[in-house]
Design a protein around this ligand. Structure first.
Ligand code: UD1
Ligand code: UDP
Length: 373
């Protein structure tokens, strides 16, 4: 069985690493980087730290408006898929690279596998929501991190091909947290010790592109009782400059950090304030309280167990959420599997090969599937 994996944005490099490692022991994999993220600190550092293979194809798409960016990816993915003739196209998460990979494959009648299927914010103004809904509806295999996500797919009429396998990011945390603890120079590199600072990340368009919301977040974190480390996403840096906004004196703005440094900063933080999907989960895995700077989250289980509080971008709500965490330490049940998601996904494909021996396009179980001209 031959896989073609499409990645392009920071969280996808992290999600792809554990599965890439497991897949390559048993199958062929062609690795494609769309070029959505391109700064060394947003891309190259993850390839180095996580031992990802050098992309077989780098599409160099870069930044742009949604339509232009997604369209450029489609244009460049199509010939690559036609040439490589994979049995399965593998995509992760909910970025424009995810949708482009899924759509290019579906148009060529190549079955799609989606890792992180079934997540919903029910907020269609988020580009990520459009990307994940469409990708799920184009996919043959839907790897859901929780039974809640699988139920959501069922509610949308998707029953076949759904596998609850846990969260691939837990595999990554388990594989790298100890290395991060031993080798990362943080938080000492910013002259801080464990338990004496908050960590914050902000990059979602709904927050960065609206001056009042970005201002609200800055006001909230500037009122906190400890220093706040803020590794700044390039989108946010650009908007802060455009809007003329400056964080308070307790906020230490640093460049985006590599994965190991990020894990170490997360582990040592008093609490994490974020609008990132991945960081919310990592906070949970590392048993650090989280305040989510949004109105909704796709990772509802972390809120249900009270390790995550939805605070929006209102400064009072942000400080109140941090205070609420100070008052209790709830139980910490496993929510998204046990860190063997990559292995479980590989087993699904091994089952496909067993059930359809000799079938080149094992995924669709249609031996006559031809790539359309
Ligand atoms: C994208 C995803 C988002 C994900 C995030 C992970 C979409 C629609 N959004 O958002 O879901 O959470 O990645 O980090 O796919 N830029 C640089 N250097 C880079 C990359 C980006 O300077 O290496 C700047 C550019 O000005 C660019 C802006 O950041 O216009 C936004 O980048 P883009 O990839 O469009 O979206 P993200 O905000 O990164
Ligand atoms: N991350 C990182 N360095 C940073 C910020 C985030 O390595 O400076 C990692 C973080 O640990 C997590 C992933 O990037 O694994 C989350 O990606 P991001 O927040 O960009 O996107 P989202 O998860 O919201 O799609």
């Amino acid at each position: 069985m031959r896989f073609l994996t499409v990645v392009g944005a920071r969280p996808q490099f992290i999600k792809a690493a554990p599965l890439c490692e497991a897949l390559r022991h048993r199958f062929d994999e062609v690795f494609v980087h769309t070029g959505q993220h391109y700064d060394d600190g947003m891309s190259a550092v993850f390839f180095e730290q996580l031992g990802l293979p050098k992309p077989d194809h780098h599409l160099g798409v870069g930044s742009g408006l949604h339509g232009a960016q997604t369209g450029a990816m489609l244009t460049r993915l199509e010939p690559v898929m036609r040439r490589e003739r994979p049995d399965v196209v593998l995509v992760y998460g909910d970025t424009n690279s995810t949708l482009a990979g899924a759509l290019a494959a579906a148009k060529l009648q190549i079955p799609v596998a989606h890792v992180e299927a079934g997540l919903r914010s029910f907020n269609r103004s988020m580009p990520e929501e459009i990307n994940r809904v469409l990708t799920d509806h184009l996919s043959t295999w839907l790897f859901a991190p929780s039974s809640h996500a699988a139920q959501q797919l069922a509610a949308e009429g998707i029953h076949a091909g759904v596998h609850v396998v846990g969260d691939i990011m837990l595999d990554a945390v388990q594989q790298h947290a100890e290395r991060a603890r031993r080798f990362s120079p943080y938080p000492q590199a910013v002259k801080l010790c464990a338990g004496t600072f908050y960590l914050c990340t902000v990059h979602r368009a709904e927050n960065t592109d609206v001056a009042e919301r970005l201002q609200g977040i800055l006001d909230g974190i500037s009122r906190l009782d400890q220093p706040v480390v803020l590794p700044l996403h390039p989108r946010t840096r650009k908007r802060l400059a455009e809007f003329g906004l400056t964080p308070g004196p307790n906020v230490r703005v640093i460049e985006p950090v590599g994965y190991l440094d990020m894990l170490q900063l997360e582990r040592c933080a008093t609490a994490i304030l974020t609008d990132s999907g991945g960081v919310q989960k990592e906070a949970y895995y590392l048993e650090v309280p989280c305040v989510t700077l949004r109105e909704q989250t796709e990772w509802v289980e972390t809120v249900d167990v009270r390790w995550n509080v939805l605070a929006s971008t209102d400064p009072d709500a942000i400080t109140a959420a941090v205070e609420r965490h100070r008052q209790n330490r709830p139980p910490h049940p496993p929510l998204y599997g046990s860190g063997d998601t990559a292995e479980r996904i590989v087993q699904v494909f091994e089952g496909v090969v067993r059930d359809h021996p000799g079938c080149a396009r094992a995924g669709s179980a249609r031996e006559d599937t031809a790539v359309p001209q």
